[in-house]
Each structure stands twice: as structure tokens, then as C-alpha cells.
Design a protein around this ligand. Structure first.
Ligand code: ADP
Ligand code: GN1
Ligand code: MG
Length: 374
């Protein structure tokens, strides 16, 4: 990132000011795979600090950043209203978009990059893995509640920021294309993983078919419910704020449930190379199911509840074929930190699926038992 551009971007927002002080730090921040994120810190002469999150929106992935920002502003303003009506703290319980000095929701630099700023939510924690089962339970309630808060949001006003984002059959077609067009050495290296994925084609359309048959309702969903897309309150350790709102779109409740399980109920990291460490933790699965159903507060239909295990499996599968497809075609989508990183990620997803298949009856029984007791 050239210094001039960064300075130009920062100057476009009311970051340095009499009340915030001078900018004293700008550092790359977080572990997101998509956007470039920085933490900016300002300090006043009285030593009081104020921080911001500055993000460059990934233009290769988000083709229409202005529509994306329209969604984010629309959703965060709506959430703000609900949080205020519930006597919550709207500056901590939702993201807030900081407007530029010209009153815009983002800044477009001379290279046609789009930048946005959120006030940094202070005294918050972002967890990369479940440290305590209670945290995972709280995240489940928060994601369920997030969906409930958006139940009456005018869904027709949302732009589809990534078309077919969780359309697994369409992801499967993309994956087949990646095998055909991908780097031959990489295709050979990933032979076992490719076969594993191709073997499971029949599962890909289960949810989209039910949706097409009118048996599942379309809801406003987050679609990227990793544990690190939620902030916890450092003082109370309660789930505080759902972040990373780029993929809020009409979707299925199983997508949000499933993606959280994929990331948080695995005993290993998403990029763990020792696959013996990667399993589905059934007690975390149970705890999340309980929290999510409580957070949704009775709004899920019988079919949605019945399909929760399938959501977990399909979101894991989909992520696996996306990582693998990206590996085959040269790692253009997900940021990587090492060689074969996306292959390692795909391997953990497939290991998790194999374990879910072994534990399938138990997963279904847990969902049944928890939903009967709520
Ligand atoms: P990506 O789409 O690349 O995953 P995120 O929007 O999730 O980007 O942001 C990356 C990380 O930055 C988050 O995981 C979190 O640690 C941190 N973060 C984002 N927004 C805020 C905020 N308003 N306050 C504090 N931390 C934040
Ligand atoms: C990306 O942005 P981030 O890192 O929270 C991706 C998700 C994947 C996830 C896998 C817009 O999420 O779909 O599930 O990586 N986001 C986008 O870790 O593609
Ligand atoms: Mg993120």
C-alpha cells in the first residue's frame, strides 16, 4: 500500500480532529480472509485515545462496493433503531459506518479502490477459536438473535453482494470448472481431496431443492457466521456485536447455523495441518444448537430445525470446495500466508465432513432433543 494513497484515504474521513487527536498508529489488523483491514489509533494531548477500523473492500470479490455499502448502512441503521428501542448501546452492539468529510459512506481513491471506516469497538474481544463453551453458546444466541432482529427488515431492498453465495450446486459447478481449468500439478497433488468432493455431489442440492419447493423460508441471513465475525465484551464476556456485514443477503437459517458449526465446533483450526486434531465436537454442536434455537426464539419452522445438521454439513462442504477450487486455480480469492494454505484449509473441511458423516445420527438426535426441550 503506497503511503500517499493511505494518507489521502485517512484524510478523507474525520479521523484526525480536535476531539480525536492526532493519528499515532496504523497497523494491519485481524485475520479476515477477504478485505484489507487496519486499525488506526488517534491520541489527544491529554493522552485519551480513539481508534477506528479502516478497510479496503476487496474489489475482485465485491463487484459493486457502492451497493454493498448501501446494504451495510441500511442494515446498521435498522439495527441501531432496534437496539435503542431495547435500551441497548447502539455504539457497541452494532457496527456504525463513519461518513467521509463529504458525507459519503465510503471513499473511492484514485486507483478506484473503495475504503470505509467503522469506529473501533473498544474493550471487545475477537476469538479465533472457542476458548470456553459458554462463549460459543453466547455467539449462537447472538447470531440467532441477529436473524430475529432482521426478521421484518425489507428484504427486497437488499442487494445481492455475491450472486449465488451459498448456492451449493452452483458452487459445485464452479469447482468442476476449477478442476478442468486449474494448474495440472495442483490438480494431481489434490487428487484424493478432489475425489472426496466429487463423491458427494448428491448432497449439494438438498437445501436449494427444499427452497425451490417452498418448504424452507427465505430469511435475512448473515452468511459468514464464523466465530471471528462476532465481538465479545471484554468486561462481561458476553457476545456484543455481529460484524463483517458484507454478505448479508436473503438466505436460509441453516447457512448461518452451519457456518458457525463448521468453524467453531471443529476441534482444530480451519488451517490445521495435523488432521488427527480435526473433529466435530458434539458437545459444542449441542451447545450451539441450544443457543441458536433460543436466539431465534421459536421463529424456525420444523423443516428448518430438521435441516440444521444438513446446514452444518453443506456449509463445511461448500467451504471445502471453495478453498480447494481456489488452490487449484492459483489462490486468487482467499488470502494465503503459506504455500498450499488453501489445500490445507480444504483438507480440514473434508476431514470435518467425514467426521460429521460418522456422527450423523448423533447430530440429528441432538437437534431433535434440544428442539423438543425449547
Ligand atoms: P474480513 O471480511 O476480511 O473478514 P472483517 O470485517 O471481519 O474483515 O474484519 C476483520 C477483523 O477486524 C475482525 O475479525 C475483527 O477482529 C476486527 N474488526 C472489524 N471491525 C471491527 C470494529 N468495529 N471494532 C473492533 N474490531 C473490528
Ligand atoms: C471468508 O471474510 P471472512 O474471512 O470472514 C469468506 C467466507 C468463508 C470464510 C472461510 C466474502 O470470510 O465465505 O466461509 O472466509 N467470505 C467471503 O474462513 O467469501
Ligand atoms: Mg471476517
Amino acid at each position: 500500500m503506497d503511503r500517499n494513497t493511505m494518507d489521502e484515504v485517512i484524510a478523507a474521513f474525520p479521523i484526525e480532529s480536535a476531539s480525536n487527536g492526532r493519528l499515532v498508529e496504523k497497523i494491519p489488523y485481524g485475520n479476515g480472509h477477504i478485505n484489507d483491514t487496519f486499525r488506526l489509533c488517534c491520541k489527544r494531548p491529554d493522552q485519551k485515545e480513539k481508534s477506528f477500523i479502516l478497510q479496503k473492500i476487496n474489489r475482485d470479490i465485491f463487484k459493486n462496493p457502492s451497493q454493498l455499502m448501501e446494504n451495510v448502512v441500511h442494515i446498521t441503521e435498522y439495527l441501531r433503531g432496534i437496539i435503542i428501542s431495547q435500551s441497548g448501546d447502539p455504539d457497541r452492539e452494532t457496527l456504525n459506518v463513519l461518513q467521509t468529510r463529504d458525507g459519503a459512506n465510503y471513499y473511492q481513491d484514485r486507483n478506484n479502490n473503495f475504503w470505509r471506516v467503522f469506529p473501533f469497538i473498544e474493550r471487545s474481544l475477537c476469538l479465533e477459536k472457542v476458548e470456553d463453551q459458554k462463549d460459543f453458546y453466547d455467539s449462537a444466541v447472538a447470531f440467532g438473535n441477529f436473524q430475529k432482529m432482521l426478521a421484518d427488515f425489507p428484504v427486497e431492498t437488499l442487494h445481492e453482494t455475491i450472486v449465488n453465495f451459498h448456492n451449493t450446486p452452483s458452487r459445485f459447478q464452479d469447482f468442476k470448472k476449477a478442476i478442468e481449468e486449474g494448474n495440472r500439478e495442483r490438480v494431481a497433488l489434490a487428487g484424493k481431496e478432489i475425489a472426496f468432493a466429487l463423491d458427494r455431489e448428491k448432497d449439494t442440492a438438498v437445501l436449494t431443492n427444499l427452497l425451490a419447493e417452498g418448504k424452507l423460508p427465505l430469511r435475512v441471513t448473515h452468511n459468514d457466521t464464523k466465530l471471528n465475525n462476532i465481538l465479545f465484551d471484554e468486561d462481561t464476556r458476553k457476545a456484543l456485536c455481529v460484524i463483517d456485514l458484507d454478505t448479508i443477503m436473503p438466505g436460509l437459517s441453516m447457512y448461518d447455523f452451519g457456518d458457525s458449526i463448521r468453524f467453531g465446533a471443529s476441534t482444530g483450526a480451519e488451517d490445521e495441518t495435523d488432521l488427527s486434531k480435526v473433529q466435530l465436537d458434539l458437545s459444542l454442536f449441542e451447545i450451539f444448537t441450544k443457543g441458536y434455537l433460543e436466539g431465534c426464539a421459536g421463529s424456525l419452522t420444523r423443516t428448518e430445525i430438521e435441516m440444521l445438521p444438513m446446514g452444518a454439513k453443506l456449509m463445511t462442504y461448500e467451504c471445502g470446495i471453495r478453498f480447494l477450487g481456489d488452490f487449484l486455480t492459483g489462490d486468487h480469492y482467499f488470502k494465503i500466508q503459506r504455500e498450499n494454505h488453501n489445500l490445507d484449509r480444504a483438507r480440514t473441511q473434508f476431514k470435518l465432513i467425514a467426521d460429521m458423516e460418522a456422527k450423523w445420527d448423533e447430530m440429528k438426535a441432538i437437534v431433535q432433543r434440544i428442539s423438543a426441550g425449547i
